[in-house]
Design a protein. Sequence first.
Length: 154
Amino acid sequence: MEMNIEKLDEIIDGWKCDKAAILPILQDVQRELNYLPRQAMNHIADRLGVNLGHVSSIATFFSSFSLVPRGKHIVTVCMGTACHVRGAPRVLEEFERSLKIKDGENTPDMQFSIETVNCVGACALGPLVIIDGNYHGNITTSEVADLVANYREK
Ligand code: FES
C-alpha cells in the first residue's frame, strides 16, 4: 500500500472514526491514491468496527471507486454515441499511441491511466476527454501530444 497507516488514521480521525462516514473516508483515500487498496479497506473496517464486506460493498457499488492501482493522471475518453461519431475512436487511439498503453492500462511509471466511459452528458463537447476531472472538449488527434505533455509536467 502506498499510503502509510498514519495518513490513513489521520483521514479516519478527521471523520471522528464515525461508521456513518465510510463513504467520505473512502473518497478521501481514493483522492490520495486514485484507488482503494485492500489493506486500506481492511484498516478502515478495523478502526470503524464494521466488517470488511460492508466496506467492500460500498467500494464496489460506486463506479467512481477503483479497486486496482491507477496512474497519477486519469485520462477518460468518452466513447458514447455522440463522441464516437465525432471521432472519439481516433482520439483514443492517439492517446494509446502517445502513452504506449491500451484502454484500461497504466503506464509503467504510474503517471497515466487510460479509461473509457459511455456518455457523461456533455455531448455537445464531443469528442470529449476528461483528464483528472478537467473536461477537454472538441479534441482533435493533433492536440493529444500537447495535452499529455502538459499533464506530465503537473
Ligand atoms: S457521448 Fe460523450 S458526452 Fe455524451
